[in-house]
Ligand binder design. Structure first.
Ligand code: C5P
Length: 223
């Protein structure tokens, strides 16, 4: 029964695109809507898991029964995730974390002076890779949104980040990726197994993911 199969389990999901401040009124961001992560949180909660959503800014309502922790930047997301991760059984990193942030945040709004400007960027920590190194018994799931060489890039990420399952999607496809209510994904496993799914709603993708999580936790789903 999918409504109770994760009872007693704790899950942490990240979602949305981080915003990296440039000055008090501007930031570097990305096109993530947060929908995929919110759907995953909803599906985990519906399967009985106590679910926390560490979310970058989005317009989405919090799924019923889920606890949201709001963050803006990658560094804030990292702090909130690391503070909780030893306590949870399942981690799904659906957030689009900025790879770089401005080296300094200007204290005042930057004025235009008619000349060009250069913005210096420094790398953000890779939260998922850090979790992959630190993890013990947790089931760790990553997402890979790619615009080219989907499978090769996704497989590389799975190995580098030491995840148990990587959800790969080509964000250039119609009906997939950022902002879309639907997605077209493949699930990749470290043993080389791959499951390709047709286009479906993000909530349906999330429910398939929950089934795989149950398998990875070594339990049986009886339907
Ligand atoms: O950005 P990239 O394609 O490497 O993201 C793949 C996975 O790694 C995603 O699950 C994303 O949430 C995670 N990630 C992260 N911290 C970063 C970059 C990516 O946790 N700084």
């Amino acid at each position: 029964d999918l409504s109770t199969c994760l009872k007693g389990k704790k899950a942490l999901v990240t979602a949305g695109g981080t915003q990296e401040p440039i000055d008090p009124v501007r930031y570097l961001g990305n096109r993530s809507s947060g929908r995929m992560g919110y759907a995953v949180a909803q599906a985990l909660q519906e399967a009985g898991a106590e679910t926390i959503l560490v979310s970058a800014p989005t317009d989405l309502p919090v799924p019923q029964g889920v606890t949201r922790v709001s963050v803006q930047t990658a560094l804030q997301m990292r702090d909130e995730v690391l503070a909780r991760f030893t306590d949870v059984d399942i981690i799904v990193k659906a957030a689009a974390v900025a790879d770089y942030r401005p080296a300094v945040q200007a204290e005042q709004k930057i004025k235009k002076d008619g000349s060009g400007r250069t913005l210096e960027l420094v790398p953000n920590p890779d939260i998922l890779a850090e979790l992959g190194q630190k993890k013990t018994a947790q089931v760790l799931i990553g997402f890979a949104a790619e615009t080219e060489n989907l499978l090769a890039n996704a497989q590389g990420k799975m190995q580098r980040k030491n995840v148990d399952l990587l959800v790969a999607n080509d964000v250039t496809k119609e009906g997939a990726g950022f902002g879309s209510p639907t997605n077209i994904v493949s699930f990749l496993f470290p043993d080389g197994r791959k499951i390709d799914f047709p286009q479906m709603s993000k909530l349906e993708v999330a429910r398939h993911l929950v089934k795989e999580i149950v398998n990875l936790l070594g339990m049986n789903v009886k339907e």
